[in-house]
Design a protein around this ligand. Structure first.
Ligand SMILES: [Zn+2]
Length: 243
């Protein structure tokens, strides 16, 4: 993109201390993979495409349903029955034609690492099996992993940089037995609560892609009923089963 075009498009964010023309160009060279294109993944993908991330891979095998629309507001009634990756891809291409969109209409564990490889793997899925599976892949491949979830009014976000010292989701929350591969959004949730967690996850992703990394190896707990956000460092577990 020409510099004058870049300045015109991203003027309001380039004004910020953490951004500049050079940082904006850096962002345009970055790639992310968004696993799960529902309540967390669809706004996150829209914010990151809008911000100028160069390439976004979308992974989801679900179809837009009427019951999604109260929280997945980037979809419309016209999208019902359409694959989420397709509907979201259309939205993102209209939002920012400079961002390359790649879609995978599959579950993440059906894809090879080469398919999902990028600078940052972002877990927006709604089941534990996907989160722990991606955690294992990211730890092994030493690629940064950003995972978030929300149930009712409580959300959490964790970023593992996977660069030098081992620290992962298993270290913080060791998994036990067979992990549930089913939808865990059945406890109920409000659209704005999901949006809040997705916005914070988007900010953490941008911070990482801009190579500021101040959120690495931390957990954020968000209570959307009490309006509380807690940040704590997480530590490596020497007995971690995937270390
Ligand atoms: Zn670990």
């Amino acid at each position: 993109m020409q510099k004058d075009e870049l300045i015109k498009r991203y003027y309001s964010q380039i004004l910020l201390d953490e951004l500049s023309i050079e940082k904006q160009e850096l962002l345009s060279k970055k790639s992310i993979t968004v696993i799960g294109c529902g309540g967390l993944g669809s706004p996150l993908a829209a914010y990151l495409a809008g911000a100028g991330v160069g390439k976004i891979k979308l992974v989801d095998d679900d179809t837009v349903e009427l019951r999604n629309l109260h929280r997945q507001v980037f979809f419309s009634e016209d999208d019902i029955g359409i694959k989420k990756v397709k509907a979201l891809s259309n939205y993102l291409k209209n939002l920012n034609s400079n961002t390359t969109i790649e879609i995978h209409d599959k579950k993440s564990w059906e894809l090879s690492y080469d398919n999902i490889k990028s600078d940052l793997l972002i877990d927006c899925a709604d089941n534990l099996r996907t989160s722990y599976d991606l955690n294992r892949v990211c730890s092994k491949e030493r690629v940064a992993f950003l995972t978030a979830s929300i149930a009712a009014h409580v959300g959490q976000i964790l970023l593992f940089s996977n660069d030098s010292q081992h620290c992962c989701l298993e270290c913080v929350f060791p998994s036990e037995g067979e992990l549930d591969a089913n939808d865990c959004a059945d406890v109920g949730v409000l659209g704005p609560s999901v949006a809040l967690v997705s916005s914070l996850q988007s900010l953490i992703a941008l911070d990482f892609l801009l190579e500021q990394k101040s959120h690495s190896n931390h957990i954020y707990r968000i209570n959307t009923k009490e309006f509380l956000i807690n940040k704590n460092k997480v530590l490596s577990d020497s007995s971690c089963k995937i270390k």
